[in-house]
Write a protein that binds this ligand. Structure first.
Ligand SMILES: *[C@@H]1O[C@H](CO)[C@@H](O)[C@H](O)[C@H]1NC(C)=O
Ligand SMILES: *[C@@H]1O[C@H](CO)[C@@H](O)[C@H](O)[C@H]1NC(C)=O
Ligand SMILES: *[C@@H]1O[C@H](CO)[C@@H](O)[C@H](O)[C@H]1NC(C)=O
Ligand SMILES: *[C@@H]1O[C@H](CO)[C@@H](O)[C@H](O)[C@H]1NC(C)=O
Ligand SMILES: *[C@@H]1O[C@H](CO)[C@@H](O)[C@H](O)[C@H]1NC(C)=O
Ligand SMILES: *[C@@H]1O[C@H](CO)[C@@H](O)[C@H](O)[C@H]1NC(C)=O
Ligand SMILES: *[C@@H]1O[C@H](CO)[C@@H](O)[C@H](O)[C@H]1NC(C)=O
Ligand SMILES: *[C@@H]1O[C@H](CO)[C@@H](O)[C@H](O)[C@H]1NC(C)=O
Ligand SMILES: *[C@@H]1O[C@H](CO)[C@@H](O)[C@H](O)[C@H]1NC(C)=O
Ligand SMILES: *[C@@H]1O[C@H](CO)[C@@H](O)[C@H](O)[C@H]1NC(C)=O
Ligand SMILES: *[C@@H]1O[C@H](CO)[C@@H](O)[C@H](O)[C@H]1NC(C)=O
Ligand SMILES: CC(=O)N[C@H]1CO[C@H](CO)[C@@H](O)[C@@H]1O
Length: 820
């Protein structure tokens, strides 16, 4: 209570104020320390009502001495007491006095004076941010405040002893340095200032190693620097230090060892040859180029092992391959994968450290196997001749095409081209693979192409005619065929037949035509084999068209037209039902007619022809009827019925329907037309030679004229036959002869007796003796024919011969009697 209190002691900015506030004895009057120096103390007080003046007294506490006082007027609130001893404790009493000189209030505090003002011996800069100050110690000082001042700022720092260093200064700057001593009471006045300049700042080095044997240093220009010194040395101490001066702000050290850490120290010099701060960096050079890079194939999927020999100063090794393949390692190998086919990989290895990567190693090449060829195509150039083609692949040196047949046979073709020719056999399925090769080996398996060749052409084709217009073709089954297609063409039309069977019947073929028959085999995949050869088949000749012409009634010419000159023709002539025996066959080769002679009369034949060639037989031609003239009756008999009438009869003539019989003579002719086989002919003249003919006429009008033996009509009957009675019962027969000279016979037929007389030749009467009378006699005088027969039809006359006694009385003509 009522005691002084040390409140706070603080350092603000560059001025340090220690204030002690001491409570006054009177309420409301307070005093506090304002400033202290080595020779003065300033206090501050509060106003009190009625104050007129203030008396401040300082009394040394420890050392006896005279108090010092100073009086101030009442308006003043701060007052100083000077001429005190340094570093001495004083009791400072402040009394407020009114106008009457009465003390209104008082208060006192204790205060020590600051030590004595020190003086700077020297101030110098060793580092760019500090200045070191040296001085002689001042008694009673517990510390010293160093103050550096340039145009802009003041920096203070408190140290306990000399030398002291002021830090945080700007480099290469002129400072006014002053020094104050400090004790618990406060600090002294600043010493006499001394100029000091900070040294240059260190160049802030940036280092890099652009190559395996160089280091490049760069730095910003240092303020006030005129020159720089850099020194370089291996960090491991090997070798010597290299020192260089430059006024530039960059420096390149070359010819260095690779992968080695170097420490570089630099400082700047100002114009007065004062060395600036040092700055050190350590920089490693880039690693050396890697040599002896070796590539070892592990496998295509696992990749390639890349190995190298280690180099100094490398931290990591990076393998860079083409196609963005890479790997890194801190050891002497690593593996790059996955590898692609068909690549010529180029691999470089780079060693890196903090400076950066080394130059790449000599590229090492690594060839992978080619990729599997793609786009395999098969083209059928000629039937059976196939060309396999594919697209070449990069880095493929040559290709091997394996062609495996489905029965296991395998062939291959080795080429550097992109095509291969093969002779494929029909009806097989081939599996084709193409591999590409290079020095790294064989490409992986690509696509397997399969190709099924067209089915084989049927062999053993046997065409055979089953009839003249139907061809049956058989063949043996072949490999690969699913369906057989048979085509028969004659140039204008084509007949098709598709079947799975190995037989085909082509019907309704044209006669005498050359057909090309192609039997091709078909499969679903390849269609029909177009290379099957044609077989030529000639059809049988066409059936001939025949024509029959009559040469003679019993000789006929059978001709025909034909378009096949090489054929043999068989002409068949066949009789009617009853004439089987008359069938005849003629063969003809080359000729287009045959002659049938001596055919029987009165017959109808049927003629047909067949053409025969090695290809076969034609259909028979249409049948043409052939009719011979009717036969002449074999026998013909002419019988005189009366003197003027003959009965002509004849045997039946084969084939005749009607007959015309004709007897002709110079004197005329007699004729009859009849269906019968006889007729009566009148108007016959006796004693005439007739020719006898007969026409045998068939119902179709064919006529045979038949000649017969001539016929002589009988001698003429005499006329005027008369009987005369002669003596002696004799009777004379008298007649008149007509034509020629004949022998006659006279016959008398009576109921009792018959008489005949024959006159002497040339005579025209004869006598009959001893004729019995009383009878009626029929008298006939008949000429005798040369063969001795007598004409029977001469007229008969009846005479009655009466008796006269026993003698012939009278002869009386009684009339004629017709012939029975
Ligand atoms: C570099 O310069 C400094 C100061 O100017 C001098 O002391 C030193 O000998 C020089 N060194 C070389 C190698 O020139
Ligand atoms: C350093 O690199 C250069 C190319 O940049 C090269 O020619 C030389 O061989 C390398 N030196 C060493 C030791 O690797
Ligand atoms: C290195 O390989 C990785 C994949 O393995 C790839 O992503 C990267 O881009 C590659 N780097 C270079 C530089 O090729
Ligand atoms: C791979 O590339 C290297 C460098 O380009 C070359 O020398 C080599 O002949 C190439 N190999 C093949 C197989 O092309
Ligand atoms: C297939 O082609 C080859 C070459 O082109 C040729 O020599 C051969 O005669 C041909 N064979 C056939 C059946 O066409
Ligand atoms: C042949 O190839 C085709 C496709 O190209 C495929 O559908 C068929 O199954 C293959 N045949 C055989 C026997 O491999
Ligand atoms: C027979 O088959 C072939 C192919 O299979 C076809 O082109 C042709 O039209 C067929 N012919 C007939 C008459 O069906
Ligand atoms: C035709 O007949 C002749 C003689 O008989 C014979 O030599 C020839 O082979 C026959 N020709 C035909 C095509 O039958
Ligand atoms: C024809 O006359 C001969 C003898 O004169 C006889 O043998 C034959 O039977 C007669 N023929 C007919 C058909 O009358
Ligand atoms: C008639 O009869 C005599 C004797 O018989 C004979 O010699 C003579 O030739 C006959 N005359 C005729 C014409 O027949
Ligand atoms: C006379 O002739 C006829 C006929 O020839 C005969 O019938 C008759 O008996 C004959 N008379 C006598 C008496 O012979
Ligand atoms: C009248 C006539 O000519 N008569 C003859 C008939 O034929 C015979 C025999 O040939 C002759 O002798 C006839 O003279």
């Amino acid at each position: 209570m009522g005691k002084s209190r040390l409140a706070l002691c603080m350092i603000i900015g560059v001025i340090s104020i220690c204030m002690t506030e001491i409570a006054g004895t009177n309420k409301g009057f307070s005093i506090s320390m304002y400033t202290v120096t080595s020779k003065s103390i300033s206090v501050r007080w509060s106003r009190v009502p009625g104050i007129h003046s203030v008396k401040v007294t300082a009394t040394p506490k420890t050392v006896p001495g005279t108090p010092v006082f100073v009086q101030f007027n009442g308006a003043t609130i701060i007052g100083s007491i000077v001429s005190l001893n340094p570093s001495t404790s004083y009791t400072v009493n402040v009394e407020a006095i009114d106008s009457l000189g009465n003390m209104l209030a008082s208060s006192e505090i204790e205060q020590r004076t600051a030590p004595d003002v020190p003086s700077i011996d020297q101030a110098y800069s060793k580092q760019s941010s500090s200045i070191t100050v040296e001085w002689t110690a001042v008694p009673g000082a517990t510390g010293y405040t160093l103050r550096a001042k340039d145009g802009k700022s003041i920096i203070e720092t408190t140290v306990t002893d000399s030398p002291g260093t002021i830090r945080n200064l700007d480099p290469a700057t002129q400072y006014m340095i002053s020094l104050m001593s400090v004790n618990a009471g406060g600090r002294s006045q600043p010493s006499l200032p001394k100029k000091a300049k900070t040294v240059l700042a260190a160049p802030l080095l940036s280092s890099s190693s652009p190559s395996n044997d160089s280091i490049v240093m760069t730095w910003e220009p240092v303020y006030m620097a005129v020159e720089y010194t850099l020194s370089l040395m291996r960090a491991d101490g090997v070798g010597s230090r290299l020192k260089v001066n430059t006024s530039q702000t960059t420096m390149t050290f070359s010819g260095l060892d690779s992968g080695i850490a170097y420490s570089i120290k630099a400082n700047a010099w100002d114009s007065s040859h004062t060395q600036g701060d040092d700055f050190s960096v350590t920089q490693i050079t880039r690693p050396a180029v890697l040599s002896s890079v070796k590539l070892t194939m592990i496998s295509r999927s696992l990749g390639v092992d890349v190995s190298w020999s280690l180099v100094e100063g490398a931290e990591i090794y990076t393998v860079l391959g083409s196609s963005r393949l890479n790997c890194t390692s801190v050891f002497s190998s690593c593996t790059i994968s996955p590898l692609e086919c068909g690549n010529n990989y180029s691999v470089i290895v780079v060693a890196s450290n903090k400076a950066g990567p080394s130059s790449p190693s000599e590229p090492a090449n690594f060839l992978t196997v080619p990729c599997a060829p793609q786009g395999i195509r098969i083209e059928e150039v000629n039937p059976g001749n196939l060309t396999v083609s594919w697209s070449t692949v990069p880095l493929g040196e040559y290709y091997i095409v394996y062609v495996k047949r489905d029965d296991g046979l395998e062939v291959f073709c080795n080429t550097s081209q992109s095509t291969c020719d093969y002779q494929f056999q029909c009806g097989f399925t081939y599996f084709i693979t193409v591999f590409a090769y290079n020095t790294a080996g064989q490409s992986p398996l690509g696509s397997v192409l399969n190709y099924t060749t067209a089915p084989c052409c049927p062999a053993d084709i046997k065409p055979a005619f089953v009839s003249s217009d139907t061809l049956e073709i058989t063949w043996s089954p072949v490999r690969g065929a699913e369906v057989y297609e048979t085509r028969a063409g004659d140039g204008t039309s084509v007949i098709h037949c598709n079947d799975t069977a190995t037989v085909c019947a082509l019907s309704a073929l044209k006669c005498n035509t050359r057909y090309s028959v192609i039997v091709s085999s078909c499969s679903e995949i390849r269609g029909c084999n177009t290379s099957c050869v044609a077989h030529y088949v000639m059809t049988a000749p066409c059936s001939p068209q025949i024509k029959v012409t009559e040469v003679t009634p019993f000789t006929f010419n059978v001709s025909w037209s034909s378009d096949n000159k090489k054929a043999n023709y068989t002409v068949l002539i066949r009789g009617g039902v009853s004439l089987e025996a008359e069938s005849r066959t003629h063969r003809s080769s080359g000729n287009f007619w045959v002659v049938f002679s001596n055919l029987p009369c009165g017959s109808t034949f049927y003629v047909s022809a067949i053409a025969t060639s090695p290809e076969g037989e034609s259909l028979p031609s249409y049948t043409v009827p052939l009719e011979t003239a009717p036969c002449c009756p074999q026998n013909l008999t002419v019988t005189q019925v009366t003197q003027a009438m003959t009965n002509v009869s004849w045997s039946v003539g084969q084939g005749a329907q009607s007959y015309v019989t004709m007897l002709e003579s110079l004197r005329g002719e007699a004729k009859c037309h009849t269906l019968q086989s006889h007729c009566l002919l009148g108007c016959i003249t006796c004693g005439t030679n007739y020719t006898v003919s007969l026409q045998s006429i068939s119902d179709t009008g064919l006529t045979s004229v038949c000649m017969y033996q001539g016929y002589s009509s009988s001698a003429c009957c005499p006329s005027s036959v008369k009987l005369y009675r002669l003596a002696n019962n004799a009777i004379r027969v008298y007649w008149r002869a007509i034509g020629g000279s004949h022998n006659y016979t006279a016959d008398l037929y009576g109921s009792n007796a018959n008489y005949t007389c024959t006159p002497s030749p040339g005579s025209n009467s004869c006598d009959i003796s001893e004729v019995s009378c009383g009878d009626v006699y029929t008298v006939v005088v008949s000429p005798m024919s040369s063969n001795g027969s007598k004409v029977t039809f001469c007229p008969r006359k009846v005479y009655s011969v009466s008796c006269s006694g026993s003698n012939v009385g009278m002869v009386i003509y009684r009339g004629k009697r017709s012939v029975e």
